[in-house]
Design a binder for this molecule. Structure first.
Ligand SMILES: C[S@@+](CC[C@H](N)C(=O)[O-])C[C@H]1O[C@@H](n2cnc3c(N)ncnc32)[C@H](O)[C@@H]1O
Length: 267
């Protein structure tokens, strides 16, 4: 049985995906805010990719999500998808240049583990971009007040931008850059709203963060969590990380398959 946070997406995938058709100006405002922060090139992963509404137009080619029903849409939009959770990504260390998390942080059971996994799969020069509704915003307050009646957000745990900054810095990220958009109620947004720097006025915020450098294999002061172990095999075989990624993708390109671990490529 799916967790209560995933179940609405399993059951109401079409309704979720249709929302973007009914709110094009909101969707495009959010998409442009994320696009402004996400590096343009390199191998990309969206964590909690859903139906691929962000990853596909941003050229992010890989996506994971626990809801296979959502992944069908992402796959149809050209993404290479895996059924998996953010807290245990089915990829080797340091194989992505850019990672994306859009309105998914509030659904995971362990956001610290999610961010540590994102950091683990990112290359040292990579970047993580998070897009989300800021709980400390007009829309954030509205979502919290009406949460019990919201089909999708009933079980979500909303975060403020300040909490996300703390979470990022506690889990191996730094150099945060923030953008914001959606400064009016959703019903009044009829045109694309350009993203502006900072936080505090927009209900949708996006942040770019860089992986923190390790000092002699240890996190810098202030990073509370343990650094995930680097499998020794990667040191011996430089190409094994990519080989593992590719074999995982071969298996997980079929969204119905459970995320049991990589198998050898079929060719
Ligand atoms: C609001 S949707 C966002 C989807 C997509 N990022 C977008 O912006 O359209 C939240 C997604 O998080 C996924 N999700 C829930 N728990 C998750 C977890 N532990 N790891 C990864 N994704 C999760 C859900 O299945 C759902 O597709």
């Amino acid at each position: 049985m799916e967790s209560p946070r995933v179940e609405p997406f399993v059951r109401h995938h079409r309704r979720y995906d249709d929302w973007f058709e009914r709110h094009p100006a909101v969707y495009l405002s959010e998409l442009l805010a994320v696009r402004a922060l996400l590096p343009w090139s390199g191998r990309g992963l969206e964590i909690g990719v859903g139906t691929g509404r962000f990853a596909a137009p941003l050229g992010v080619e890989f996506g994971i999500d626990p809801a296979a029903e959502m992944l069908h849409y992402a796959s149809a939009r050209g993404l290479r998808v895996a059924r998996a959770v953010a807290e245990a990504l089915p990829f080797a260390d340091a194989v992505f240049d850019r990672a994306l998390i859009v309105t998914t942080l509030c659904f995971v059971d362990d956001p610290g583990a999610m961010l540590r996994e994102a950091r683990r799969v990112l290359r040292p020069a990579g970047a993580l971009v998070i897009g989300m509704i800021d709980r400390d915003s007009a829309l954030g307050h509205e979502y919290v007040a009406q949460q019990a009646d919201n089909l999708f957000y009933r079980e979500a745990r909303f975060y403020s931008h300040a909490e996300v900054a703390t979470l990022l810095e506690a889990n191996g990220f730094h150099d945060l850059i923030w953008l914001q958009t959606i400064s009016a109620p959703l019903s009044q947004i009829g045109e694309i709203e350009p993203a502006r720097p900072g936080t505090g006025r927009g209900s949708f915020v996006a942040v770019r963060a860089r992986p923190m450098a390790l000092h002699h294999g240890h996190p810098r002061e202030g990073w509370q969590q343990d650094e995930p172990a680097q499998p020794k095999e990667h040191a011996k075989k430089p190409n094994s990380a990519v080989a593992r990624l590719n074999s995982a993708v071969c298996v997980f390109a079929i969204p119905e398959l459970p995320c049991a671990g990589p198998s050898p490529p079929s060719t």
